[in-house]
Design a binder for this molecule. Structure first.
Ligand SMILES: Nc1ncnc2c1ncn2[C@@H]1O[C@H](COP(=O)(O)OP(=O)(O)OP(=O)(O)O)[C@@H](O)[C@H]1O
Length: 318
């Protein structure tokens, strides 16, 4: 047994931030930040410009020192066992540097040699994961920004990290590039079974791909929120329903246990209701039993945006 195995902390989390601070000239740029990243999940680090995202990520990846606290990676303390901890992280912090006159393949081979990684077939695997098979024999100077980003991700995955950290990965990409990047990140998390941390100042971006969002502002943790597909059935949802009779729908909403009527708009035949996710099927059945015709049911997407503005005190985010 390797000596460091004995000092591994026990936890299901791939990464734990434990009261991490960065104090520069007496000012806390990052202030006692604590959160976890679990196995296989995609987490968004969300906050307005200047919130401290880059500083947090630079500490998580060992680029700058923490003033307080510790980062535990796959059980290893970054303060006590830096090399073991950092070995489980793959990251792109600023724009990754490549040799422009070498091909993508030559760049990855060169990187493997420099970092002493000799796993056969691994280059092919990571290249497939980021969809660069057809570009491997092209010189990097001919790559688009999106292709360079993907080559950077391929490089960061070569050593099979448990956690991939990407600072504003869609910065500068066009909408098609952003969509592609999102797909690749999902695939990577699923195929490789690794966790991904993505920083962004755009709620919409984080909402579309992440299981959870860690929201920070002024270096402090504001909230950690479950998002989208990871939403648990014990969470509240706000639904807008288009019905043939608002009057009858209101009666059902008021009588149904666990349903809160938020708004009724007879002129556009809509009601807004709030309930636990698990209560939705019974509510829909009750409407049917009362003879209420349902044209449309949609989740109120506005709610997360409103919530985010509330968390950050209305601070502009995009
Ligand atoms: N070395 C430093 N010395 C002084 N202030 C710093 C230093 N590094 C960062 N800051 C300040 O700390 C705050 C957080 O910076 P950081 O880059 O981490 O924010 P961010 O959330 O990544 O924002 P952005 O998206 O704009 O990069 C900013 O106000 C920044 O000016």
């Amino acid at each position: 047994m390797n000596q460091e195995t004995t000092v591994q902390h026990h936890s299901a989390a791939v990464l734990q931030m434990k009261g991490v601070s960065k104090i520069i000239k007496g000012k806390a740029i990052v202030d006692k930040l604590s959160f976890e990243i679990r196995k296989g999940e995609i987490v968004g680090l969300l906050g307005p410009n200047g919130a401290g995202k880059t500083t947090t990520i630079r500490m998580m990846t060992g680029l700058i020192k923490m003033s307080e606290g510790d980062v535990i990676v796959n059980g290893y303390s970054m303060r006590e066992h830096f090399n073991s901890a950092i070995a489980h992280i793959g990251a792109i912090i600023e724009n990754p540097e490549f040799y422009p006159y070498m091909t993508g393949l030559e760049n990855l081979r060169q990187y493997q040699r420099m970092t002493d990684q000799l796993e056969p077939g691994r280059i092919d695997e990571v290249v497939r994961l980021v969809g660069l098979q057809d570009a491997m024999n092209k010189k990097v100077k001919a790559y688009s920004l999106g292709m360079r980003q993907r080559l950077g991700i391929a490089q960061a995955l070569l050593h099979r990290p448990k956690l991939l950290i990407l600072d504003e990965p869609t910065n500068g990409l066009d909408p098609a590039g952003i969509r592609e990047m999102r797909e690749y990140m999902r695939t990577i998390a699923e195929v490789e079974g690794i966790s991904i941390l993505i920083s962004s100042h755009m709620l919409a971006e984080i909402e579309q791909i992440c299981h959870r969002a860690v929201v920070i502002q002024n270096g402090r943790l504001i909230t950690v929120s479950e998002l989208g597909t990871a939403r648990r059935t014990d969470e509240h949802v706000i639904l807008t329903l288009r019905v043939d009779s608002v009057e009858a729908a209101v009666v059902v909403a008021e009588q149904q246990e666990g349903v809160e009527l938020m708004e009724a708009e007879p002129e556009i035949r809509q009601i807004r209701v709030k309930m636990m996710d698990s209560r939705v099927p019974d509510f829909v059945k009750a409407l049917g039993a009362r003879g209420v015709g349902l044209y449309r049911i949609s989740e109120d997407k506005q709610s997360l945006e409103e919530e985010f503005l509330k968390w950050t005190g209305g601070n502009q985010i995009a």
